[in-house]
Design a protein. Structure first.
Ligand SMILES: Cc1ncc(COP(=O)(O)O)c(C=O)c1O
Length: 372
């Protein structure tokens, strides 16, 4: 996608905030526990490579991504250290996994058997690093039973071309007050571990929520995602154990300002009509940038004042009602601080009836990312 370098809308990413968030978590961890920064989905929209570099400064020793291509992007940018792919990778790409020294999540016996065959055909390659995923109740991917898990581990240990590097699970309710289901998943995982004769280098269960609210479960590696970007994984339900610093702000400028008299329509469908003389400003951001139509009626900040988005949000532009005349070029803050006011990613998520994870990932590549 073409990046809109030549218009004033941009995402500003505070890499220092990412470093600080990682550092604050690393300080809380037991000494033997490593932090892997989760930078999938282009670093939750913040940019995978700059985020990974900022995380290294805070003490991250490895990385998690969802896709093989995301892992390759990190390696090609010179990122060293372990990279774990959390999603299922087609077994036909084993040569790439080995070539780029990537760790892969394994969730089925069939995959492992095919991998053994494939690896036998490759000559003089490093062993493939395997993390066994146990599905303790997320219902997504992973081995369901102790028996299946043990069989998979045995096969990995038998193969000279595989290294059993990790075993892990993922909690679905670590961000909730009610801990009953978390405890059930945790118990299931402990049951699997006690049945295994030995354990690999990494035993890991923690996403951000588990790290924040169940630190006793840290294992020897945590997969730290949303909190690294300064966002509370629980939304409004639980308070973060220490202050998280949001890394992302979204800014633009007024590109056009006009005074309309009463009874003038604004935007497609004429869903807003001026009730008196009103100053209307236009901002160059729209739903093609990830600034979605449901944000009609939400506010942005101009000179420290909230201004309502009026009329439908267009593909590339939207209109706001200004409290008074402003000049084109005046700064507009859509997410972040402006004067004494702040609009957070959580505010945007609340308006869209979703979670801030989704908001962060929805900003399109068309918006340039500026790193500070
Ligand atoms: C398996 C796994 N681990 C860790 C994470 C990171 O989660 P969070 O961003 O909530 O820290 C994710 C994110 O979706 C995940 O799928």
């Amino acid at each position: 996608m073409t990046v809109g370098w030549h218009r004033p809308t941009k995402l500003i990413i505070d890499t220092q905030a990412i470093t600080e968030n990682v550092l604050n978590e690393v300080k809380r961890l037991p000494e033997e526990t490593e932090l892997f920064a989760v930078v999938k989905a282009n670093g939750y929209g913040h940019g995978a490579v700059p985020t990974a570099k900022a995380a290294i400064k805070g003490g991250a020793t490895g990385f998690c991504v969802a896709l093989l291509d995301e892992a390759i992007e990190l390696r090609e940018a010179g990122i060293k250290g372990p990279i774990l792919i959390l999603g299922v990778v087609d077994v036909s790409y084993i040569d790439l996994l080995v070539k780029y020294d990537l760790s892969v999540t394994v969730t089925s016996q069939e995959w492992l058997e095919q991998a053994v065959n494939q690896l036998e055909q490759l000559e003089n390659v490093q062993p493939l690093k395997i993390h066994i995923k146990v599905d303790t109740g997320m219902g997504r991917i992973g081995f369901k039973t102790v028996h299946e898990t043990k069989k998979a581990v045995e096969l990995v240990q038998l193969s000279e071309q595989m290294i059993w590097e990790g075993i892990f699970t993922h909690f679905s309710t670590a961000d909730k007050k009610d801990q009953a289901y978390f405890n059930k998943q945790n118990q299931r995982f402990q049951n699997v571990l006690t049945e295994l004769a030995e354990l690999p280098r990494y035993v890991h269960v923690s996403n951000s929520a588990t790290a924040l609210w169940h630190p006793e479960n840290a294992g020897n590696m945590i997969r730290f995602g949303i909190a690294m970007y300064g966002l509370n994984p629980s939304g409004h339900e639980l308070e973060a154990s220490y202050p998280l610093k949001p890394a992302l702000s979204l800014v633009s400028e007024l590109i056009h300002v006009k005074e309309l008299s009463a009874n003038e329509g604004i935007g497609y469908g004429k869903t807003y009509t001026t009730s008196k003389n009103e100053w209307i400003g236009t901002i160059p951001i729209g739903y093609a940038d990830g600034w979605l139509r449901h944000l009609q009626g939400f506010s942005v900040l101009v000179d420290g004042k909230e201004c309502e988005i009026v009329g439908r949000i267009c593909m590339d532009q939207c209109m706001i009602r200004l409290p008074e005349q402003k000049t084109a070029g005046t700064k507009v803050t859509l997410i972040g601080k402006n004067g004494d006011k702040e609009i957070t990613m959580q505010d945007v998520a609340d308006k869209l009836d979703t979670i801030h994870y989704e908001v962060a990932c929805t900003f399109s590549e068309r918006i340039p990312r500026e790193y500070r």
